[in-house]
Design a protein around this ligand. Structure first.
Ligand SMILES: C[S@@+](CC[C@H](N)C(=O)[O-])C[C@H]1O[C@@H](n2cnc3c(N)ncnc32)[C@H](O)[C@@H]1O
Length: 311
């Protein structure tokens, strides 16, 4: 599937994988109108991280607006934009970025289809508010006739053996054999130090999160764009599923890692956390600390009573 895929630095519709080393607006201006099927990104949150300069919120939103409007121009009529964001923090006060970015998308004529909550377990421990353990993905489409493939992203039901108990279908299985709709709350581990995908980038998103978007919102050979590419997670997810991937990144050290990860993907040896792998289950892992000591005591008491009764 991956054979003969070369990584290019200059965008052209005949390529399959493109990383532009530089500002996303330089890349966007050479992408033709309507050429992108899916745009997935996690932009800077204006927190003053090593790859951004902290701006006044209004200035930040103006910058985002310029990029979003170029993204809308390059988006196909049946295409989707997914903007993955958390909070901007100003003097201890949080500003949920999805709420301040929403009007920009709405005013560009896009329609919101979901506000997906991405829940994860790890992050900073706050002392003056509850620790943040989710971010959001706001999903917009250009038209009402958009690509949405549910079957490739279905997840197992909790009770797949459930049957109709009355009516004309009584006795038949009630659930879809392909699984259920994953819903709009996604529990996917974030990329921290012990995550198999961790690089030196402080905020990369997990490939499995992008894979779900790629599979459901694009078809094979379609273009998937990430204007704030980081270490290339979006292109990795796109190539994995036979799509074309393109992105821009300003920091040379991330461009280098993105290129390495894309090459490993093509070679078939990039390690990622598989889609559908359940989050750590301590009981399944045999962790004995999951057994409450008081239940053990009562069990052994019961066992000895049983022993007595039998002897
Ligand atoms: C939140 S990170 C994205 C990480 C990415 N999702 C990943 O998995 O690696 C945002 C990235 O945007 C890059 N960036 C910031 N401004 C940019 C611009 N104007 N054009 C292109 N990239 C930019 C930053 O260097 C940073 O790596």
């Amino acid at each position: 599937m991956f054979k003969n895929i070369k990584l290019s630095q200059i965008f052209s519709l005949s390529e399959r994988a493109v990383v532009h080393s530089g500002d996303c607006l330089e890349l966007l201006k050479i992408i033709p109108d309507g050429a992108m099927q899916l745009i997935v990104t996690s932009p800077p949150y204006n927190l003053g991280k090593e790859y951004e300069r902290k701006l006044k919120l209004e200035e930040y939103l103006e910058q985002q607006k310029t990029v979003i409007s170029e993204c809308v121009r390059t988006l196909s009529e049946r295409g989707s934009i997914c903007w993955q964001v958390g909070n901007h923090v100003d003097n201890g006060a949080i500003i949920p970025l999805d709420s301040v970015l929403y009007p920009i998308f709405k005013d560009s004529g896009l329609k919101m289809r979901n506000r997906i909550i991405w829940h994860f377990e790890h992050g900073l421990h706050c002392s003056r508010r509850f620790s943040g353990r989710y971010e959001t993905i706001i999903w917009f489409t250009k038209s009402d006739d958009y690509v949405f493939n549910l079957d490739p992203v279905r997840v197992p039901q909790k009770y797949p053996g459930k049957k109709y108990f009355k009516g004309p279908k009584a006795g038949q299985y009630s659930s879809n054999p392909l699984g259920k709709n994953p819903g709009d709350l996604w529990v996917i581990p974030n990329v921290k130090n012990n995550h198999v995908e961790k690089t030196l980038h402080p905020c990369q998103f997990p490939v499995e999160l992008v894979e779900r978007l790629v599979l459901s919102m694009s078809n094979e050979d379609d273009w998937v764009l990430d204007p704030f590419l980081g270490v290339g997670s979006t292109i990795v997810a796109a190539l994995r599923h036979n799509r074309r991937g393109v992105g821009a990144e300003v920091m040379p050290q991330y461009v280098k890692i993105a290129a390495e990860r894309i090459k490993s993907t093509v070679a078939g040896n990039l390690k990622t956390r598989p889609m559908h792998k359940p989050v750590y289950d301590p009981k399944e892992a045999g962790n004995r600390l999951t057994i409450a000591p008081w239940t053990v005591q009562s069990t052994s008491q019961q066992t000895s009573l049983l022993d007595e009764a039998l002897s």
